[in-house]
Each structure stands twice: as structure tokens, then as C-alpha cells.
Design a protein around this ligand. Structure first.
Ligand code: SAM
Length: 231
């Protein structure tokens, strides 16, 4: 998935994945991404079909947009969002309190080593996080371990195969202060999307972690790929 590639790209990809960067700069990402991928959150919310009493885990929850959307729509289910960045967890907790949502909680954990017993959750979701995991196979295996037999994982990620013109449009809608547009496009192409996963890679990764069957889901509202996979 990640290229060994050029030294500068390796360095920037390392920064992209660092907990410290999410602690300090996560706030810049959080607010800008929401309007761009709100349609993706919606399609997960529609497809997940959460039952009353269900327990759902979100891995790499960031500011908690998806968990809180799901929690507000399914007041009789319980949601846990984990993120390895302490500051992202704080931001999510603050946002949860603002929205007065009480069937959801956030905690600091690494998806590669989850503190939950086997089969603790009915389903798991994750958006835009797997490309940052140092060992994605271990993260997926951990998610599979904590899902009940028959439960599913819905996982979405930036599409490595996004064409340049689509990525330019996406970049225009994702402004970062003081970063010239050309440089932003280069960063998105080479460091964010270029070091991400294609639909095939995401589906293969889920299959290798033991999920079966693994189904691909079209994403029409943003340049992401999505897979739904069962334990
Ligand atoms: C691109 S953001 C996506 C956040 C959120 N899912 C969203 O849709 O806005 C990636 C998130 O994954 C988290 N993350 C990265 N590696 C992680 C890991 N190993 N375990 C848990 N969270 C991780 C980061 O801290 C960051 O909040």
C-alpha cells in the first residue's frame, strides 16, 4: 500500500501518520473535511441498519462526526469511537457534549491493539483512517476479533486511483491556509491519495484479515473507496 518511494514523500507520509500531527493539526483537518465527505457518512448511516441495543465501534473516529451521526439516529444503540490521538478524542468529546448525545463515548486507543474482549461489538466502521495505520493487517484483525460472528465492518478510504482532475476539484474544496494550490495538489496526489489504497487493495486487505464475504460499495459523493465485509 505505502510506497517506499522518494525520501521527501516518505518523510511527509510519516508526518501524515504521526499521532503528534493529529494532536496538533487535527483541528484543521476536522472542520474542512466534514462538508466534503458528509455524503459518505450518510451512505454508511443508511446501509448499516443499526438494531436497538446494538454496540458499534468506530476506529480512527477523529472529531466523531460519523459516530455522532449514527448515535443521534439510533438512540437505542451504543457507540464507541476510538482514536490514537488524545487531542482528537478530546475534540470528539467536546463536540458530543455540544450536541448533547449520550449514547456515544470516545476513548484513546490504537486500533492495532484494542482493549475490548472478543465479540464485544455488533459492527465496526472506519473512515479515512486505515491509510495511517502502521500495520493495517493487524488493525483489521483486531477489528475482526472484537466484532461478533455475523457482524460487519464498513470501511472507507481515500481512493488511490482518483484521477487528477477529480483530485484537483477535491483540493479546491479542501483549502489549507497558507498552502499554494499547486503544492496542495502535489501533497494530495503524492502523499495523501498516492499513499492510500485502491478499491482492490482495500478489499484484499479485508479478505486477508479473515473477513468473508467482502463486498465493494460505490462511493459517488467524494473520491473514496468503500468496502463492507463480514466476520
Ligand atoms: C483522516 S482522519 C479521519 C477522522 C474521521 N474518521 C473522519 O472521518 O473525520 C484519521 C484519524 O485516524 C486516527 N488514527 C491514525 N492512526 C490510528 C491508529 N493506529 N489507531 C486509531 N486511530 C488512528 C488519527 O488520529 C485521525 O484522527
Amino acid at each position: 500500500m505505502k510506497d517506499s518511494g522518494h525520501g521527501v514523500i516518505r518523510l511527509l507520509t510519516g508526518m501524515r501518520d504521526a499521532r503528534l500531527v493529529w494532536d496538533t493539526l487535527g483541528f484543521l483537518y476536522n472542520q474542512r473535511i466534514y462538508p466534503l465527505i458528509a455524503g459518505l457518512y450518510e451512505s454508511i448511516a443508511e446501509e448499516l441498519k443499526v438494531q436497538d441495543g446494538a454496540r458499534i465501534l468506530e476506529a480512527g473516529a477523529g472529531r466523531g462526526y460519523l459516530s455522532l451521526l449514527l448515535a443521534s439516529r439510533n438512540p437505542k444503540a451504543r457507540f464507541t469511537g476510538i482514536d490514537f490521538s488524545r487531542m482528537q478524542v478530546r475534540r470528539a468529546e467536546r463536540y458530543r457534549l455540544q450536541k448533547k448525545i449520550f449514547n456515544c463515548s470516545f476513548q484513546q486507543n490504537d486500533v492495532q491493539s484494542l482493549p475490548f474482549p472478543e465479540a464485544a461489538f455488533d459492527a465496526a466502521v472506519s473512515v479515512g483512517s486505515i491509510k495511517h495505520w502502521s500495520d493495517s493487517r493487524r488493525g483489521l484483525s483486531e477489528l475482526r476479533r472484537v466484532i461478533k460472528p455475523g457482524g460487519c465492518l464498513m470501511i472507507a478510504e481515500t481512493n488511490r486511483k482518483t484521477p487528477d482532475d477529480e483530485l484537483r476539484e477535491f483540493g479546491k474544496r479542501f483549502p489549507v491556509p497558507f498552502v499554494p494550490r499547486g503544492l496542495l495538489f502535489w501533497g494530495l496526489r503524492r502523499v495523501v491519495f498516492g499513499q492510500s489504497l485502491s478499491e482492490d487493495q482495500l478489499a484484499d486487505a479485508a479478505g486477508r484479515a479473515g473477513f468473508y464475504p467482502v463486498e465493494r460499495r460505490p462511493v459517488t459523493t467524494c473520491p473514496y473507496v468503500m468496502v463492507k465485509a463480514w466476520k
